[in-house]
Design a protein around this ligand. Structure first.
Ligand code: THG
Length: 286
């Protein structure tokens, strides 16, 4: 499983401030911390960056590369900023992302072809988020065909079926995992897959509960065969689950060896994510 560290994010107060002041230090520290905790890639999320996009992306990529050799996942919707970042990356980066919207396909997909790098494809259209598994299947086929027409091979595509917040729509989490299970037989040769895992816990009003929801989501993504995820590697309890599953080779085997309190919490969380039990903030107490 390829882990993409999520923490360099303009939405975070500390990083937002560091970006505005062009202060490298907090960003470099976060890069090193995530590397130490086991990140394989670092997501660099500067948002839409309407003002100074190219200059900002170039600055932040160079700041990170001064201290850290990990490949970067350049996370912006600004195509000029994406190009500027791609031009200065030393390790082959990940373009995060194109969607299935014509505007994005025509501007961002050619960048992945030109720079010969991997690209995340969000299953998102002008009509918004996909409603069910059928819509995700249809979008995945369309975007793969479009990429192939630019000579981008399937191995370079990381399909992101969009992880929803469980408090917004539990059924969407189910069709998300159903799609991941279908993906290997849907497209050949196979593409890769990824998601913003922590999206699942957005809106949960407690940090510990958020972390538990993220751990449960990791379990269902792993079981569905996802090949990577954008995650909070700085959450030690989360990483304990990631490493435990890796060591045991499956979620079920991990649940057999983990202590009983953690096992019960994970199992209750997985039941919510499978929509077998209705979500409420006190899901662990029921
Ligand atoms: N798919 C792809 N890229 C993505 C997403 C996706 N990039 C952005 C996002 N979604 C994934 N990254 C994050 C980063 C942080 C959080 C969630 C997803 C998060 N942060 C805390 C919060 O907002 O409460 C803490 C922020 C802070 O540090 O202050 O939840 O889906 N391809």
């Amino acid at each position: 499983m390829v882990l993409i560290g999520e923490s360099i994010n303009i939405i975070s107060r500390k990083i937002g401030e560091a970006i505005r002041n062009r202060n490298k230090k907090p960003i470099q520290e976060l890069a090193l911390q995530q590397e130490e905790k086991g990140a394989d890639y670092l997501d660099v999320n500067i948002g839409p960056a309407r003002k100074d996009g190219p200059e900002l992306m170039e600055w932040i990529v160079e700041a990170i590369q001064e201290v850290c050799k990990l490949p970067l996942s350049l996370d912006t919707t600004n195509p000029e900023a994406m190009r500027a970042g791609l031009s200065v990356c030393k390790e082959s980066p990940l373009v995060n992302s194109t969607s299935c919207q014509e505007e994005r396909l025509s501007k961002v997909l050619p960048l992945a072809a030109e720079f010969d790098c991997d690209i995340i494809c969000l299953l998102l259209t002008d009509q918004g988020l996909p409603r069910d598994v059928e819509e995700r299947v249809s979008l995945a086929l369309q975007i793969t065909e479009r990429a192939n027409s630019l000579d981008i091979p399937n191995e370079r595509l990381w399909i992101d079926p969009l992880m929803f917040a469980v408090i917004v729509d539990q059924k969407q989490v189910v069709s998300f995992t159903e799609f991941l299970e279908l993906l290997p037989s849907l497209i050949l040769p196979p593409t890769k897959s990824t998601c913003g895992l922590s999206n699942v816990s957005q809106g949960i009003p407690d940090e510990e509960l958020r972390s538990i929801m993220n751990r449960g989501a990791y379990c269902i993504c792993y079981q569905a065969g996802i090949s990577s995820a954008i995650v909070n590697v700085l959450d030690d309890s989360f990483m304990e689950v990631v490493c435990g599953i890796e060591k045991q080779g499956s979620v079920d085997k991990y649940l057999e060896v983990v202590d009983s309190d953690k096992k019960v919490k994970l199992e209750k969380t997985i039941r919510v994510l499978r929509n077998e039990v209705l979500y409420c903030h006190s899901w662990l107490e029921i």
